[in-house]
Design a protein around this ligand. Structure first.
Ligand code: ZN
Length: 146
């Protein structure tokens, strides 16, 4: 039953991706990111404003349904959040994939449905890649500000 719902939500994000495309803003932080274990590839673009808020975020790329759906869910969840809030969501998502433990709250939104990926170790990188790309962009952004 849960598996059925999981598939539906993943396919919905795969077929109707949110925030897919290229950010034209020249101030956008861009990062190409690859998951060699599956061949998924993305370019993540993030605009961070002076209040340390993620003003805009988009991804381009090709990959399996889990990787693309996860990027769509991730962008939907972190858009409008501060860097610290986004980091916390990344931390929660990684923990959920690695442990398979369900979260008490709704903070991950649709991304929570990817909990089923926990059982498939070979697909962990597919689910994680978008979140890892964002984590790296945030890290580089904070480093460059100093
Ligand atoms: Zn994949």
């Amino acid at each position: 039953m849960l598996d059925q719902l999981y598939k539906q939500v993943v396919m919905d994000h795969y077929q109707k991706p949110r925030n897919r495309g290229r950010i034209e803003n020249p101030d956008a932080n861009r990062l190409p990111y690859k998951n060699p274990t599956c061949g998924d590839i993305i370019v993540l673009g993030v605009v961070i404003n002076s209040q340390n808020t993620i003003e805009d975020i988009k991804y381009e790329g090709e990959g399996c349904s889990i990787s693309m759906a996860s990027c769509s869910m991730m962008t939907e969840q972190v858009k409008g959040k501060t860097i610290n809030q986004a980091k916390n969501l990344i931390h929660l998502f990684k923990g959920m994939i690695k442990t398979g433990n369900s979260l008490e709250d709704e903070s991950l939104g649709d991304a929570h449905y990817l909990i089923g990926v926990h059982k498939f170790t070979a697909r962990h990188n597919c689910a994680l890649m978008g979140w890892q790309a964002l984590e790296k962009i945030l890290m580089l952004h904070e480093r460059d500000k100093r």
